[in-house]
Design a protein around this ligand. Structure first.
Ligand code: CA
Length: 409
């Protein structure tokens, strides 16, 4: 590119301001160049010297351009504004999930000093909930906020990046993603779609769901039409039920009309907001099917790579902040909401019978293992997930479980 031409999205890093590279001196350990890819500072130092030279040449070149017939000089990257659309699977501002997407956008907008402006769109505002993956893949939106199990039709093994029945808790999931190789595998899977992956929220342990009839035995699952996404849906199917996948915004009507007999959504904080207690009597736990569901932010890779490196890292770190914040919000709000449901709305809280959860446990192992046989990457993801879970379960026995038992008295 001639120094007088306007920089395009693919022109990075030539239009990265020299000051940014100097700032890398503050972070001596590593620098992100993309998700899961770290390069040492010595490389950055070389780049710094190289770009410092380019910066000086550019400054000289721009002075000369003023008198030529060529277009106006480009804005330096620091003053450019990237306008991004974030499409979501959630109703606009829905507590925890939609508000989590807004929180993430706000972090990016403020932390970037306005250099990125992310506008959030609720489900159906720009595209329907389950079309956001395609929208970001095609570049018609730059970011998406959802959960990876919604895209099992694209690639079944993506479900491991949401949750697995009888799988990891939120704490274990984040440990696997950030320090157990999970994030690299997630990125490897999303490379196939030209997307950058980032975890951006977690619900913690969910509730098993809302039912209008009691579940006292395995027989009560026969013919049960239930909204339940992901691998757990397949488990229910093998237990005799009929799983349905619906976006959150359609649950109330589907249950009210009798199109479905039962639904799970998230937990008390979210379920109260949807008013599910108005149309279902029994509220079952525990959330065997979603023990720590991860939300995601995925970004069009070309759009991400067009950003200067400081903004790339800032976006990924904003996701990390949003990831932790959402989990904290759920844990902070769930019990108050549960008290409201039970004490004010007289919801009947029930525990699933052991016969049912034991069967779900056996089927869950079967279903997750089958997923691994699809292809090499699916096997790699499954092995990584399973091996990490094995280790974290061993540690949990003498840490979390031992302490929770102790506290319970
Ligand atoms: Ca759920």
């Amino acid at each position: 590119m001639h120094s007088c031409e306007r920089p395009g999205p693919g022109d990075h890093p030539r239009n990265v301001p020299v000051e940014f590279h100097a700032n890398l001196e503050v972070f001596p350990q590593v620098a992100y160049t993309g998700p899961g890819i770290r390069i040492g500072l010595h490389v950055q130092r070389r780049k710094f010297l190289r770009y410092a030279g380019i910066g000086a040449a550019l400054a000289g070149g721009l002075a000369g351009c003023k008198e030529g017939p060529t277009p106006a000089p480009s804005k330096p990257a620091a003053s450019r504004v990237w306008k991004w659309k974030m499409v979501t699977t959630w109703p606009k501002n829905f507590p925890g999930l939609g508000s989590g997407a807004e929180f993430l956008a706000e972090q990016i907008n403020v932390m970037s000093g306005g250099r990125i402006h992310v506008e959030v769109y609720g489900a159906g505002e720009l595209v329907p909930a389950f079309e956001i993956f395609d929208a970001v893949e095609s570049g018609s939106a730059q970011m998406g906020h959802g959960s990876a199990y919604y895209w099992k039709g694209k690639y079944p093994a993506l479900q491991f990046f949401s949750t697995a029945p009888f799988g990891m808790t939120a704490m274990e999931m984040n440990s696997w993603l950030y320090h157990g190789g999970g994030m690299q595998l997630w990125q490897k899977a999303y490379d196939r779609f030209g997307l950058v992956a980032a975890a951006s929220g977690n619900t913690g342990v969910q509730m098993a769901g809302w039912f209008n009839k009691e579940v006292n035995s395995l027989d009560d699952l026969k013919g049960l039409k239930m909204r339940i996404p992901g691998l757990a849906g397949e488990v229910l199917k093998r237990a005799g039920g009929t799983p349905v996948n619906l976006p959150g915004g359609e649950l109330f009507t589907a249950l009210q009309s009798g199109a479905i007999d039962a639904t799970e959504w998230v937990g008390p904080y979210n379920d109260l907001a949807f008013g599910l207690h108005k149309i279902a009597r029994y509220y079952y736990y525990p959330g065997w099917h979603e023990p720590g569901t991860a939300m995601e932010c995925f970004i069009n890779k070309a759009a991400f790579e067009a950003l200067p490196e400081d903004l790339q890292r800032m976006v990924l770190n904003a996701c990390r902040v949003a990831n932790q914040d959402m989990l904290a919000e759920y844990i902070a709000r769930n019990n108050d909401a549960l008290e409201t449901l039970v004490n004010e709305h007289h919801v009947e809280l029930r525990k699933l019978p052991v016969e049912v959860t034991e069967r779900f446990g056996v089927l869950s192992e079967e279903v997750t293992a089958e997923l691994a046989s699809n292809d090499d990457l699916a096997r790699e993801i499954f092995d990584s997930y399973r091996n990490f879970l094995k280790k974290s379960r061993a540690w949990a026995e003498i840490s979390e479980r031992a302490y929770l038992n102790l506290r319970a008295g």
